[in-house]
Design a protein around this ligand. Structure first.
Ligand code: ATP
Ligand code: MG
Length: 572
């Protein structure tokens, strides 16, 4: 099914872009003074042509599903806003969720936004300690969770959470105390009509904790006007059209699962698929087929797992509705982009952003020629550059192909407004109008951005700066290598030596012959200065639950240092 892409001519869209014009494509509140995410995503569609369109289709573990049209979602979220009112919650108070991908989580998110409370999702697999840390840091007033998660993880924390006024359990029929209440009972008693209060562009809306890849997760605060970024990236990058079925595989516990699992598809009036179950190749391909998914947004870890399977999805499944595949979260290797081309007949479109930027900032667009391995070009309306930072001074690099800090100019709506309780750290992220992303990259002569690595991970060896990503990408091209993670190990004569941790493909013996072969390959491909001097075979690479390589953990273990915050470490 061919559809005219929204972004036809990148250069002219970029040249003529203004956020004020984009704001006019949304409604603003009926009283025209302000902007509310829940209004733009739900209520305006519920009274318009999308009222009977399915907003979210929840696929349960047993494959049955439940649908919420925009008008049904309006009623449910208005009810939840009334529940918050009934409980005496105030504007700006924080409403947390701790649940798997169940409807109540989405109703809580949108209902809280409607009420002008701040919504903060927690990943349901967190243990009690990370939950305690985040709820304390965010001073939650309300927590919505399930009985099982409550019993297992929250019950024992209650004394340490005196500010937490209410815990709403999604699966009990009666309130059990004045504090522990039944979500469904409150909802049953709530009115279906709710008038959205004045919401200003700068009113706090969302609190997200980062992935904790480089250290202790930070609490990132976003405001209601961030919805403009969710809207326009939905249009230009995800290329939403009326009738589209979209599937974002991320959990709302991470920013992608909220910005793109909830807000972006809904503000664009399309149907969003939510699967309650975890990754499973057969299940995923079946969902793409059965639910006629048009646009699929996923992550490199999932793509790699699919690549390892002995399944040819194009032969085994009817995927003719699939129009776009996109990826975020970690660098997408050129081979993975090409695998997409071979396997699905379309390249996988990589894009870059962070919890702090609230939405996609650099992307490969459907209409643009893809250079495999590149993150693409900046979102129209966002200025992105490469800079050197010296003695606190920032200088933009204008020549192509020079590595430097990836910086973004302030002034787009979804830029974070603070790190909760870490104002100094927040301020340190800016030099003048430029936000320092903490990543290194370069721009080629055609204006495409290429990821080098996280500034924290860069290895300084014999006067060279080596990004772990380029070494890992090369190692992964060796026939025996499944995955690789590279760190710098302090070494007096050369500063740091490049050390690679490698997971071999199933059936390959971790012996000296394989090691020498990989080392030889790396030297030939990268030269002796950059190729790893040490290789260690390991069973698996430590990653965050959102799929990011935890190089800091490999380094700490290598050097016998404290392991640091492990709240987001994937353990199974
Ligand atoms: P923390 O800030 O707590 O260390 P984190 O940076 O991993 O965790 P996120 O905000 O979830 O938390 O991730 C954003 C980071 O992920 C980016 O700064 C970048 O390093 C990496 N990233 C995201 N998308 C891409 C991509 N397409 N290519 C390369 N790196 C990416
Ligand atoms: Mg980060």
């Amino acid at each position: 099914m061919k559809k005219e892409h929204h972004l036809q001519d990148y250069e002219s869209v970029q040249a003529n872009f203004s956020w004020e014009t984009i704001a006019k494509e949304l409604d603003g509140l009926p009283h025209k003074k302000g902007l509310n995410i829940a209004y733009e995503t739900v209520d305006r569609h519920a009274k318009g042509k999308h009222k009977n369109t399915v907003a979210i289709r929840f696929i349960r573990k047993d494959n049955s599903f439940q649908e919420f049209t925009y008008s049904k979602l309006k009623i449910q979220t208005s009810k939840f806003a009334n529940v918050l009112q009934h409980l005496g919650i105030k504007k700006g108070d924080r409403v947390f969720s701790l649940a798997g991908r169940i409807p109540e989580l989405y109703i809580t998110a949108l209902g809280a936004l409607k009420y002008t409370a701040v919504f903060c999702p927690l990943f349901s697999v967190f243990g009690p300690e990370p939950i305690l840390q985040r709820i304390s840091k965010g001073k939650a007033s309300v927590l919505v969770t399930t009985s099982a998660l409550f019993e297992k993880k929250v019950k024992q924390l209650q004394e340490q959470l005196p500010f937490l006024r209410f815990i709403l359990l999604t699966d009990i029929d009666e309130h059990t105390s004045t504090k522990i209440l039944s979500f469904s009972k409150l909802m049953d008693q709530a009115n279906e009509e709710f008038s959205i209060p004045q919401t200003n562009l700068e009113d706090a809306a969302l609190l997200h904790f980062t992935s904790g890849t480089t250290g202790m997760p930070k609490g990132v605060l976003h405001v209601h006007q961030a919805v403009l970024t969710h809207y326009i990236t939905g249009k230009y990058v995800l290329d939403f059209h009326p009738g589209d079925i979209f599937w974002c595989t991320a959990d709302p516990g991470w920013v992608t699962g909220t910005s793109y699992g909830i807000i972006s598809p809904l503000v664009n009036g399309v149907t969003s698929i939510v699967d309650e179950e975890e990754f499973n190749a057969i299940r995923w391909y079946s969902i793409l087929e059965e639910h006629k998914v048009n646009i699929w947004y996923t992550a490199p870890t999932a793509i790699r797992r699919l690549m390892r399977m002995d399944i040819n999805p194009k032969q085994a499944y009817d995927l003719e509705n699939l129009r776009l595949i996109l990826s975020v979260g970690e660098p997408l290797q050129a081979e993975e982009v090409i695998w997409g081309e071979k396997t699905f007949g379309m390249p996988i479109l990589d894009n870059w952003w962070q919890t702090e930027t609230g939405g996609i900032m650099i992307a490969n667009y459907a209409t643009m020629q893809v250079k495999p391995g590149s993150m693409g070009k900046p979102l129209p309306g966002v200025e992105v550059a490469i800079a050197t930072i010296d003695g606190g001074k920032l200088k933009l690099i204008t020549e192509p192909n020079i590595e430097g800090h990836l910086v973004l100019k302030k002034g787009f709506p979804s830029m974070f407004r603070t790190y909760l309780h870490e104002e100094d750290r927040y301020k340190k992220c800016f030099i003048g109008d430029w936000y320092l992303s903490g990543d290194l990259a370069k721009i080629d002569g055609d204006g495409y951005f290429w990821f080098i690595g996280r500034a924290d991970d860069i290895i300084k060896t014999s006067g060279h700066m080596v990004g772990p990503f380029e070494v890992e990408s090369t190692l992964m091209r060796h026939v025996d290598v499944l995955e690789a993670a590279v760190i710098g190990k302090p070494e007096p004569t050369i500063g740091e030596l490049v050390k690679a941790f490698i997971v071999l493909k199933p059936g390959i013996e971790p012996n000296i012959t394989v090691k020498m072969d990989i080392m030889g390959f790396a030297r030939k491909e990268m030269g002796p200065a950059v190729a790893p001097k040490e290789i260690e075979f390991i069973e698996s690479i430590p990653k965050t639950r959102s799929g990011k390589v935890l190089r800091r953990l490999l380094k700490a273990r290598e050097l016998g240092l404290p392991e640091g915050d492990l709240s987001t470490l994937e353990t199974s």
